[in-house]
Design a protein around this ligand. Structure first.
Ligand code: MN
Ligand code: MN
Length: 317
């Protein structure tokens, strides 16, 4: 997941005295990185996206983690917030650029938000190489006291050197308990933001690189939602569904396809619509760059240290 809106909440900074919490962040990160590496073998031409999503989500649970958000499977010009629908028939094609974004928490501590892209065509590896290189270059700048605009500048320059664009309206973010997105927002462009990183802060950095416009817009389809608050409604299904949602996912994002266990399709769709209309839940429409373009993403979660950083979701560069 990424953050298109800057959420006005206190960033999570770790007290070194609360080691239990830190251990939970670390465990979540380790599980996310393991699942990320193991999932790479699934991203092949002819593979069904829904099977891949189910498998990745099952592996997270089998390793003792919890799912922090529905696995995002974005294809081509999709950048984020895409996840297979219930009964989704999409199969990866030979021209597809596929991005997998995985989120893991342990007891609410979201320590694993990590992503990678694979170019199945073999023709657009410049994109996947550049998002990875941009992440590597950004990480080289991370330490306590660095201005976050400097991190964005590094990402933007890496993109420009490859004659590509960073996606300017998607950002990295802080990670917290029951929150995938908190301050600070880590830009993918050199926006001169002078906010300084702090030692012990837990953040995700996620360069998105595009050969399109370098901006994403909301599409029509929405597969991912999250709880916003309790509301009054006469719709009994909606009341039941809201209780199920809060009980299972708290304030973390969830997929519509997960809810078919609880309610048949028509009732579910009406209940979701009722809850969204009343502001009890919010939807995250699929974000995409212009038609015909391609977007690549690489992401890790990390702890800011005095002179560098520690990756919670280690990645080889
Ligand atoms: Mn992510
Ligand atoms: Mn993220």
């Amino acid at each position: 997941m990424n953050c298109i809106i800057i959420i006005n909440r206190q960033g999570w900074v770790y007290g070194r005295d609360v080691m239990d919490d830190l251990e939970k962040f670390k465990r979540a990160g380790k599980i996310a990185a393991e699942v990320r590496e193991e999932s790479m073998k699934l991203i092949r031409i002819g593979e069904k996206a829904l099977d891949v999503a189910n498998m990745i989500e099952r592996w997270i649970l089998e390793k003792g983690g919890s799912i922090a958000f529905p696995v995002n499977i974005s294809v081509n010009n999709q950048a984020a917030h895409a996840t297979p629908s219930y009964n989704d028939e999409y199969v990866f094609g030979e021209k597809d650029l596929v991005t997998i974004d995985i989120g893991v928490h342990v007891d609410g501590f979201v320590g694993g938000d990590t992503a990678y892209s694979v170019d199945l065509s073999g023709e657009r590896q410049i994109l996947t190489e550049t998002s990875k290189k941009a992440l590597e270059n950004a990480l080289s700048k991370v330490k306590a006291g660095v201005e976050i605009g400097e991190i964005g500048k590094e990402i933007e320059e890496t993109a420009r050197q490859a004659s590509l664009r960073p996606v300017e309206n998607l950002t990295g973010h802080g990670l917290a308990r029951w929150q995938v997105h908190t301050l600070p927002s880590i830009p993918n462009i050199g926006n001169k933001d002078k906010t300084k990183l702090k030692e012990g802060q837990i953040i995700a950095i996620e360069p998105f690189i595009s050969n399109g416009s370098g901006r994403v817009r909301e599409g029509v389809r929405t597969e991912i939602f999250s709880f916003e608050g309790k509301v009054l409604t006469r719709n009994r299904d909606a009341r039941k569904l809201l209780d199920i949602i809060y009980e299972n996912y708290k304030t973390l994002p969830f997929a519509e396809r997960w809810l078919y266990d609880y309610m048949p399709e028509l009732k579910l769709k009406l209940a979701l619509r009722d809850l969204a209309m009343r502001g009890a839940i919010r939807g995250y429409p699929i974000l995409k760059d212009v038609e015909g373009s391609f977007v690549s993403q690489h992401e890790v979660s990390l702890i800011v240290e005095k002179d560098s950083c520690t990756l919670l979701t280690p990645m080889k560069f």
